[in-house]
Design a protein. Structure first.
Length: 368
């Protein structure tokens, strides 16, 4: 990255409600009772296996267990994490001249979440951008914000991300008779949460992270999406959508298990080649992977190849937060940076493969 140095002066995150143990997830989201009998038997059979493969001990949901109503929105969670990030940076909302919202879920089709967050924070004027993606969304926001600050266009950027997974995981949401196994499995590891970061060209007086480089690459041309929701502008007949279950979020677990490990390895190598990072300076790798099984495969690949000679710490909050998609990496960073075992010059890195249409993203930060 060229131009002015860019620093992360504040990080904040928000997880709604109380931690929900894995065995109580279905009590909070609601039990599946009207699915085809074969699927109901399958759910009961694979539940113990999912507990082992997912590696999730606790998840968080913005649901009132009594009223079954949502307790948060994507905007409200974003605002809560944004206020924490601004406080951490020693800034007020009026200091922000660029606001980026990054995520796959919006509270409304229109207006975009970026301006709704701006309004809730009472920022009178700023540039705003919305980025529509899943796991890679926040990495894209980091690249856009850091490049625009580095080239002098903006001074202080607030990037926010949220995911209200419980919206499409609650039992009431599904047409259970059209539910598939792959759709039901998502209920065991997706979680709610939000995160925010403040990026600036001024180095904070206290210890902070500097953006060394970022990486984005889409490699899915000609490949089938492995995660999708078919409800959208090309499918707008509401009754047909519900009848066919096209509003259900679907992930092809089998395809992901076969394809993702290889793409992860190739993508990570591409990032290291293009950023020319000295991996001996990387002390912590933030693994942004949604299940323990996939994470074990990714970490094995990591240690076998690129980081085989490096005493590397692998960090994730999957076990105690569940997987929130785009906010997951900010939630992990927020926790890690409260007391980081780093010295000036040490670097941290992250890399993710998004299965929706096979995109890669990553970053390298330096502790200073």
């Amino acid at each position: 990255m060229t131009g002015r140095d860019v620093y992360i002066s504040g990080i904040g995150s928000f997880s709604p409600g109380n931690p929900v143990p894995f065995d109580q997830i279905e009590d909070v989201l609601g039990r599946i009772t009207d699915a085809p009998p074969k699927l109901l038997k399958r759910i009961d059979k694979i539940r113990p296996l999912m507990k082992e493969l997912m590696g999730v001990e606790y998840s968080y949901y913005a649901i009132d267990p009594e009223t079954r109503q949502a307790t948060e929105s994507n905007v409200s969670m974003s605002v809560k994490s944004a206020r924490l990030a601004l406080d951490d940076a020693g800034m007020i909302p009026e200091d922000v001249d660029l606001l980026i919202y990054a995520g796959i879920l919006y509270d409304h089709m229109c207006p975009p979440s970026s301006v709704l967050v701006q309004d809730a924070l009472n920022i009178p004027y700023c540039a705003e951008i919305s980025i529509h993606s899943n796991c890679t969304a926040i990495y894209k926001a980091i690249q856009v914000a850091s490049d625009l600050i580095a080239n002098g266009r903006y001074r202080n950027a607030l990037i926010v991300t949220s995911q209200l997974s419980s919206t499409f995981l609650r039992a009431e949401y599904f047409n259970q008779k059209a539910l598939t196994e792959n759709q039901a499995i998502l209920r065991w590891f997706l979680s709610d949460g939000a995160g925010a970061m403040v990026l600036t060209h001024h180095k904070p007086e206290s210890a902070c992270l500097k953006v060394v480089d970022t990486y984005l690459e889409s490699v899915g041309a000609g490949m089938e999406p492995a995660m999708k929701m078919s409800f959208g502008a090309v499918n707008w007949k509401i009754l047909d959508i519900y009848e066919n279950g096209w509003h259900h979020l679907t992930q092809d677990i089998t395809s992901v298990s076969k394809i993702a490990p290889e793409l992860f390895g190739k993508g990570l190598k591409s990032m290291l080649d293009k950023t020319q990072i000295d991996i001996s300076t990387v002390k912590c790798f933030f693994a942004n992977i949604p299940t323990k099984h996939m994470m074990d495969l990714g970490v094995k690949n990591l240690r076998k190849n690129d980081f085989k000679n490096n005493d590397l710490v692998i960090y994730s909050k999957l076990a105690t937060r569940g997987y929130q998609g785009a906010p997951a990496i900010i939630i992990a960073l927020d926790d890690y940076m409260k007391d980081p075992p780093l010295k000036p010059g040490d670097r941290i890195a992250s890399f993710v493969t998004e299965s929706s249409k096979w995109m890669h993203a990553g970053f390298i930060f330096e502790y200073c």
